[in-house]
Design a protein around this ligand. Sequence first.
Ligand code: ZN
Ligand code: ZN
Length: 466
Amino acid sequence: MKAAVVSAFSEALEIVERDVPAPAAGQVLVRLETCGLCHTDIHAARGDWPVRPTLPFIPGHEGVGIVEELGAGVTSRRIGERVAIAWLASACGSCRYCVDGRETLCEQQQNSGYSIDGAFAEYALASAAYVVPVPDGINSVDAAPLSCAGVTTYKALKVAQVAPTERIGIFGVGGLGHLAVQYADIMGGSVVAIDISDDKLDLALELGAEHVVNASRTEPVAALEALGGLDVAVVLAASPHVFEEAFASLRRGGRLICVALPGDAAKMDIPIFETVLKGISIIGSIVGTRQDLTEVFALHAAGRTRVVAETRSIDDVNEAIADVLSTGLLRTNWQIGGEIRDGVPLRDLAEPSTPKWTKAVRTDGGLEEHTLGGIVSRAAVVASESAGTLGVVDAWYAGIDRHYRSELMHVKDAGKGRALGAWVRATMKGAEDVGGKGSALVDAMRDGWDAVGLGKYASDEQVHGG
Ligand SMILES: [Zn+2]
Ligand SMILES: [Zn+2]
């Protein structure tokens, strides 16, 4: 079988041939039709988190396919049944969390594509008890991202205990956020979407948001206060700063629902006084249970949600990862087999051979100080004044001896010195090449600045700003 394998944390995934595994007792063999690409897969492949997967391994925890073989003793599933392989590969079934309906907190749990091989392959083994049946009326390409992005945001809104009169802020409209907007709407809240991309905010409006806030142009806390504040803030953007903004946007009795996982042991700075005085709850929410996923599938089968995703070949896994690391792509599914048609072609990310400079200007003061996950950085931001040209953002990080150079490419919405949603290519000196692509926002219009650069990189942290 074909599989996409992580052999080293610093290397691209390899497409290899492997033997189709045989199911052990209690397992099923699933012939995969598709698998979603989640940001967690990228963290897994890079070994970003404190507990790393054991190499080599196959990522993938949004797998959807057909049960083809039953291991000994399996009676709960049947051959030919369509199932989803989600992040919760198995749990102990008998600890207090498993017993009281919080199986995602089980300390004995296994995780697909992390502690055990996942679904970036033509076949995968899975626990018969923990795969979730996919009902008719859902196509597999939709079912895949619902198995993680869907269930994670659905659960986040469930734990928020939304009342119909409440206002819910969704911070970050990506693969998770576009579903979160819909669940918040279904649960009866009035939805505000906050992002820095107009395209994504337009999508949020289409999917049920009543208001949108473009945080690149407006100070989001003030904009949300002007609406009356939020009762619930769901944070899906992996930046500690966004968590703090979301907290500050809450009104009395508000709930901050933490979902995104910024790297580098990130911390948020929350004022205790306001938390107490305003009676605010801060709640962490991690994926969802099998029952939550069953509910997510039921909503989708009933036509209540819409999935925005693109389909790629599994052979293009590395390009798709690079694209997800940019902010432009909502969700990717692998085309593994079956009836799924060829996907949308990759965006044109070709590098310009010779960057053309016209009137490049440096920010006033040259080096500016910024903080990246607690690390103070010094960045010089240089950007072009005129439309359609390129710029460079340089950053030196104190203490870790790294130098990032981000070259702005494909300036999309340039005019009057303003470039929005430009692509960047990031390289890092003093360590391995970042090798990723991110998106950059350049706004030269702000008072007192020649240029402002904001970059998003491999780990989704904001590394430049000012
Ligand atoms: Zn996931
Ligand atoms: Zn347990």
